[in-house]
Ligand binder design. Structure first.
Ligand code: ATP
Ligand code: MG
Length: 563
């Protein structure tokens, strides 16, 4: 986990091995200006794992000076879409990072990369292979067996060059030929066994249109793009460690303008969460969720819509830290900074999620009082508001039990409780419908307890939230649970079999205090005793929809679970 030190000025500084490397390079003057990049492939939305990479790449250049580029790794037009490009830019900005003028695309370099491919051919270090993808795979060998040379490996330079130019000119169909680097089919590193550098793809590209029908693959585009942009520290996840020798080989064998170095760190894994783009794409495509920004999704768009502040997400990845060791982060660690931050900033409101009507028999029928309610006890500057109180109210169904166990301190027949900011009330009678369901409580109140304290000093053990029947507004409330039923989704063999059928609970008849009718979309509020919520984008005039961002710790739920 993060290795923090607090400086004299109170700033928390995070240290990790990447920052140590950068600092050493800066101090030894090996690096004049630190340049990093975040290089997403626009084939899906960004997720919480990307947030870690973004915060690392942008964070390092904020701390050591320099710049971080946003570069789209757009070398596979069959999977890439403008929608993803737009979403990625929006999400990086929302996270609080700015690439300034430094927005790039691997596709900006297609002409340069093509020239460098010809350079390799001319140097006898690349050749055109006519084998099929399957044949190439079969000849590649295994971890324990060396590969075999392609029959086309010793093609003369002139023939390679001619064929490569004709590939570019569109003379051959998809898959007919590829360009391969000529390195070593017996290498212990499979990535060095004559890797494919270019393939034929007769597919239009979102940026270059139909200008190209051959596209460089990731390995041929990535390091060279870094070199073109003057990237000094190319930071990526550990699965690219075995690609580093190829990265270095290409940099050494091409006339590139700079020499970037690659460093790898462990990717973020989060309990109960899947961060594979393939799986996330399927969840969206097959309708398991409402879209990429479904609040249950681990995407940045989903997290934002759910109501998580960007600062909480940044704080989460800071606490996780950067290391090389594999780990799965506990989901509670994601929720902690959200609660901490919203506790300080979110205004308190009252909303009853599952209403139970109570009638205060000794409260005058047509009376309404305006009671003062504190907006945020953690923030004195947040002030207070007035809320109406009347004879007919709603309280939470969970706050009543007809025959309560010992540790249940809330409403039950004969029991007195406090209504927040209002009065002490006592339950006198339980009204049931024909099916025996409790539909109403008849109560009395103590007029002397206005504001929530009794003059005789008698105590109550519970304080309940409430709203009035007449003034409250109806709302739909969406409660989210984990999208998967196990901390290691997919370990059963089928990740889709581990989808939680109860990940979304919709309460369509919640009642909220009147002020919530004017809540802005996305702005956090605390529903007292329930959790942090925000108005969802599905809201429409007259139809409020609230997302639960995160619950509060509920002491009764704990007692119940322990029992
Ligand atoms: P894929 O390559 O399967 O499309 P990806 O998640 O690797 O998916 P990229 O767009 O290639 O997506 O990722 C962009 C950057 O984000 C890469 O540098 C990658 O290493 C980093 N990244 C991706 N997933 C994580 C993760 N879980 N934790 C940290 N960094 C990640
Ligand atoms: Mg990737």
């Amino acid at each position: 986990m993060a290795n923090d030190t607090t400086t004299d000025s109170g700033v928390v500084e995070t240290r990790d091995f990447i920052r140590d490397i950068v600092q050493a390079d800066v101090e030894a003057k090996r690096t004049a200006e630190v340049v990093t990049r975040f290089p997403p492939e626009p084939n899906g939305y960004l997720h919480i794992g990307h947030a870690k990479s973004i915060a690392l790449n942008f964070g390092v250049t904020q701390e050591f000076g320099g710049r971080c580029h946003l570069r789209f790794d757009d070398t596979n037009p069959t999977k890439e879409e403008q929608e993803y490009i737009d979403a990625i830019e929006r999400d990086v900005r929302w996270l609080g990072f700015d690439w300034g003028q430094h927005l790039y695309h691997a596709s900006d370099y297609f002409e340069t990369l093509y020239g460098w491919a010809e350079h390799l051919i001319q140097a006898g270090k690349a050749y055109i292979d006519d084998q099929t993808a399957d044949q190439i795979r079969e000849m590649r060998g295994t971890l324990t067996e060396p590969g075999k040379n392609s029959p086309f490996r010793d093609r003369p330079v002139a023939e390679n060059l001619d064929l490569f130019r004709r590939m570019r000119a569109g003379e051959f169909p998809n898959g007919a030929r590829v360009l391969r680097a000529k390195i070593d089919m017996a290498s212990g590193n499979i990535n060095l066994r004559d890797p494919v550098l270019y393939r034929i793809l007769h597919t239009a590209h979102p940026r270059t249109g139909t200008a190209w029908c051959i596209y460089p693959n990731y390995d041929f585009a990535h390091g060279q793009s870094d070199a073109i942009e003057g990237v000094t520290h190319s930071i990526c996840t550990l699965e690219f460690e075995d690609h580093r020798p190829l990265y270095d080989w290409l940099i050494e064998n091409l006339p590139v303008p700079s020499r970037p170095r690659q460093y790898e760190f462990a990717r973020l894994n989060l309990g109960y969460t899947v961060l594979s783009k393939r799986v996330l794409t399927t969840l969206v495509r097959d309708g398991h969720v409402s879209g990429w920004d479904d609040p249950r999704m681990p995407t940045i768009a989903g997290i934002r819509r759910r109501g998580v502040p960007a600062a909480a997400l940044r704080e989460f990845v800071r606490r996780v830290g950067v290391a090389r060791a594999y780990s799965i982060v506990d989901y509670a660690m994601f929720e902690a900074p959200i609660r901490e931050l919203l506790n300080k900033s979110a205004p308190r409101r009252m909303a009853v999620l599952r209403p139970l009507k109570i009638v205060i028999e000794n409260y005058p029928e047509d009376q309404v009082e305006q009671l003062e309610a504190v907006n945020n006890p953690e923030d004195p500057t947040a002030g207070s508001r007035l809320i109406p109180f009347r004879r007919e109210l709603y309280v939470e169904q969970d706050d009543f039990m007809e025959t309560p166990p010992k540790k249940f301190f809330r409403l039950s027949p004969g029991k007195e409780v406090r209504l927040r900011y209002a009065y002490f009330v006592t339950c006198r009678e339980v009204v049931k419908d024909a099916a025996g369901k409790v539909v109403e409580l008849r109560c009395t109140y103590d007029p002397a307890s206005r504001g929530g304290n009794s003059p005789d000093g008698r105590k109550v053990q519970a304080t309940l939230h409430w709203v009035t029947v007449a003034d409250s507004v109806t709302a739909e409330v969406r409660l989210y649970n984990q999208l998967f039923t196990r901390p290691d989704p997919g370990a059963s063999g089928d990740v889709f079999a581990d989808i939680n059928p109860d990940s979304l609970e919709r309460l369509t008849d919640a009642r909220a205090e009147p002020m919530l009718a004017g809540a802005p979309i996305g702005e956090a509020v605390q529903f007292e005793r329930q959790g942090y919520f925000c108005l969802d984008t599905d809201s429409a005039p007259g139809h409020l929809v609230f997302n639960r961002t995160v619950g509060l710790r509920d002491t009764w739920a704990k007692v119940k679970a322990a029992g």
